[in-house]
Design a protein around this ligand. Structure first.
Ligand code: PLP
Length: 400
């Protein structure tokens, strides 16, 4: 029999991948499921981006590229970073990889070893803790309750730091809550970082284009440019440009760290797909109207699903400021019984109940380190959202 290495054995399978698999199985067995688990835009990649990929193929951009990507893409990333943060980055401070996910994985591989602590505010994106443990490190999960808008406060950051802390991971807009930090909150976190020069910050900004606030999204680099050598920004084209399948992300930060990531990439994937790189360069520099129209659409859907879930007795949705997820408090349903007498003991039971009795698939908050919530994705049509909310309302009304 096959015995995986202990570090892989300890790793959990991604709960979102598992949820998607459950939906596929139920559909294969003939059930109609309203799927609110998806973590990707339902839109197609814009045509001008596809055209750039075709042009790349036709012009022979079909070979290995430099480990850190084609120069045109790094230039596009530097321009975008400058426009967003006011901070200029040199070519050797930028790398590209097979999705932001891979860049984060390699950044942690490059820096985490036995005894390294990484502060992970909860609710968190499901992959962070496992990406720390697989490299022998310890995720230090800090509970960030709804009363703090699910965000890390300066006090909690200060309390979680030890001499072994190497990273704190910030993700805004957040998956799964859609919360964003204000400029003041970032300045307060920066003040704690000033007192702890051994701590670096990984800013996962993959949803930075998908924001529903009227003012621009604050970012740590603008709030504390003097920390630039201790900040790694990761981002990509998956969410903003509906390019999840193209697998292209990037990292911007300390040149020593970027060199270490490049070394790992040179010995693993060599480089991300040349064709995806050309497409990503077009995405970042070309017509941005897709971003505007898709964000307007997410915003309208957010309002629909938030309003409908707010009316359901026992559910407490939290209005997201960005990304395309609604985090819904379900403590009001825990302790109730289903029509067949089953007790709903926790959020996992609530999610299974909604799947069985409303044919609506969601993901339990405990997968994100937060009890008594579930996550609903609104990267799907308003029709599906309305039907799902109506089905949930009916199922919830049957509880006693
Ligand atoms: N970070 C967060 C918070 C995400 O939700 C995701 C995707 O679900 C990623 C990173 C990974 O994005 P990519 O497709 O660029 O690997």
């Amino acid at each position: 029999t096959f015995v995986p290495a202990a570090r892989v054995d300890q790793m959990r399978e991604s709960p979102s991948v598992a949820a998607a698999q459950r939906v596929r199985e139920l559909r294969a067995s003939g059930r109609e499921i309203l799927d609110l688990t998806v973590g990707e835009p339902d839109f197609d990649t814009p045509d001008h981006i596809k055209a750039a990929a075709v042009a790349a193929m036709e012009s022979g951009l079909t070979k290995y590229t430099p480990v850190n990507g084609i120069p045109a893409l790094r230039v596009a990333i530097a321009k975008r970073m400058l426009a967003r943060t006011g901070v200029e980055f040199a070519d050797n401070e930028i790398t590209v990889g097979g999705g932001a996910k891979q860049v984060i994985f390699l950044a942690l591989m490059a820096t985490v070893e036995e005894g390294t602590e990484v502060i992970v505010p909860a609710p968190y994106w499901v992959s962070y803790p496992d990406m720390v443990t697989v490299h022998g490190g310890t995720p230090v999960v800090v509970d960030c309750p709804e009363s703090d808008r699910f965000l890390l406060t300066a006090e909690k950051l200060a309390a979680a730091i030890t001499p072994a802390t190497k990273w704190v991971i910030l993700n805004a807009p957040s998956n799964p809550t859609g919360s964003v930090y204000s400029e003041q909150e970032l300045a307060d976190l920066a003040a704690v970082l000033d007192r702890n020069p051994h701590v670096n910050v990984l800013c996962d900004e993959i949803y930075d284009e998908i924001v529903f606030t009227d003012s621009p999204l604050p970012n740590l680099l603008s709030a504390a440019p003097h920390l630039r050598d201790r900040i790694l920004v990761t981002n990509g084209v998956s969410k903003a440009y509906a390019m999840t399948g193209w697998r292209l992300g990037y990292g911007v930060g300390n040149k020593g760290l970027i060199a270490a990531i490049n070394k790992l990439q040179s010995q693993s994937s060599s480089c991300p797909s040349s064709i995806s790189q050309a497409a990503a360069a077009e995405a970042l520099t070309g017509d941005q109207s897709f971003v505007t129209t898709s964000v307007a659409s997410y915003r309208a859907r957010r309002d629909v699903i938030f309003e409908m879930f707010s009316r359901i007795e026992g559910l407490e949705p939290v209005l997201p400021q960005g990304a395309f997820y609604l985090f819904v408090g379900c403590a009001g349903l825990v302790g109730k019984r289903t029509p067949d007498g089953t007790l709903l003991e926790n959020d996992q039971d609530v999610v299974l109940f909604l799947l069985d009795h409303a044919s609506v698939a969601t993901i339990q908050g405990s997968a994100y380190g937060a009890q008594a919530y579930f996550r609903v994705s609104f990267a799907t049509s308003e029709d599906v959202l309305r039907n799902a909310a109506a089905a949930v309302e009916k199922a919830v009304a049957s509880l006693s």
